[in-house]
Design a protein around this ligand. Structure first.
Ligand SMILES: CC(C)(COP(=O)(O)OP(=O)(O)OC[C@H]1O[C@@H](n2cnc3c(N)ncnc32)[C@H](O)[C@@H]1OP(=O)(O)O)[C@@H](O)C(=O)NCCC(=O)NCCS
Length: 290
């Protein structure tokens, strides 16, 4: 990392408006971001507007994760309904001219009273359950939660992800919602699996921004850190399954550090089970027009 860590403490498809692009580019520089080239002209389209893109969106969304993470029981049971029940909340960022897929984002309407303390420890799992129930019951949502953003492999490292967060806030605003929260998965936490999440998310660089790159992007586009979610995702499997998912032998009970995991997995040979509880950090974003 270049800077040392020093301290612990649905409408119709629309391009991002040019003024938003310009002001965001300024924001990034103003907020001690690395200068970057002006982004290409981007178009936000939702799955409701472009059902022809859903397969490519699903494919990109499924691509970057370690095998074990797809085995979260709530995700396995409910993720598939996102595009059926809430297509106007699932979006793609397209390059305007070529229409090539730059990134996708998934979010869901939820019920939330606006109090950071009531955001669930069960992060992704909890909002997926509440969101799907809310959609099925036709209940009135009071906020939206981010679930995932994935940038196309060939466009990584070009600053697209900040635009994807802004796009998500815009999509949420289209539904008249004024709150967007996100159980953020810090992308470098896997390098520090033994560090407690509350310590890790408090790490800051010399310039004051979060040490974690993905949290840094969130904060740079206006996200406010709220608090950790201790068990944002949960994966339980037999020891044999964990051995298969990780390609590691797990011959005795104990805590195992495994590739791609943010904390160790607990293996219990006596019960034949392995359990992984992934932490995240709740962040809140301003929704345009709110
Ligand atoms: C996380 C993700 C969305 C970031 O997208 P991106 O467009 O490549 O990110 P950016 O180009 O905006 O870079 C973001 C920050 O990460 C840093 N970064 C990017 N690639 C990096 C790498 N390989 N190693 C270290 N830092 C990296 C950048 O330097 C930047 O930080 P800085 O500008 O403050 O220095 C993307 O990596 C991705 O899709 N990952 C897989 C899915 C995922 O983890 N999604 C997030 C959780 S849902």
């Amino acid at each position: 990392m270049g800077n040392a860590i020093l301290t612990r403490h649905g409408r119709s498809a629309s391009p991002l408006p040019p003024d938003a692009r310009a002001s965001a580019a300024c924001d990034r520089d103003d907020r001690r971001g690395r200068p970057h080239r002006r982004p290409p002209a981007l178009r936000i389209v939702t799955a409701a507007e472009r059902p022809d893109l859903v397969e490519a969106m699903r494919r990109l969304g499924a691509s970057p994760w370690p095998e074990f993470l797809n085995r979260d029981a709530v995700v396995e049971a409910l993720w598939r309904y996102l595009y059926e029940l809430a297509p106007a909340y699932q979006f793609a960022l397209l390059e305007e001219k070529s229409e090539s897929l730059l990134a996708i984002g998934n979010c869901i309407p939820i019920r939330w009273d606006g109090d950071p303390h009531t955001l669930p420890d069960r992060g992704v799992d909890a909002v997926l359950e509440d969101g799907v129930a809310c959609l099925r019951e036709g209940a009135t949502a009071t906020a939206a939660s981010a679930l995932m953003i994935v940038v196309s492999p060939e466009r990584l490292g070009q600053g697209i992800s900040g635009w994807a967060i802004r796009a998500m806030a815009e999509v949420v605003g289209r539904h008249g919602l004024t709150e967007l929260v996100a159980p953020v998965r810090p992308t470098h936490k896997h390098r520090y699996p033994l560090i407690p999440i509350d310590h890790y998310i408090s790490w800051r660089r010399e310039d004051g921004l979060p040490a974690d790159p993905w949290m840094r992007v969130h904060e740079r586009v206006g996200g406010q850190m709220l608090r950790p979610a201790a068990a944002a995702m949960r994966v339980t499997g037999s020891v044999a399954e964990w051995e298969r998912w990780t390609q590691m032998a797990m011959l005795e009970s104990g805590r195992y550090v495994i590739p791609g995991a943010l904390v160790p997995v607990e293996i219990d040979r006596e019960r034949g089970l392995g359990c992984y509880q992934e932490p995240a950090c709740w962040m809140r974003h301003r929704v345009p027009g709110a």
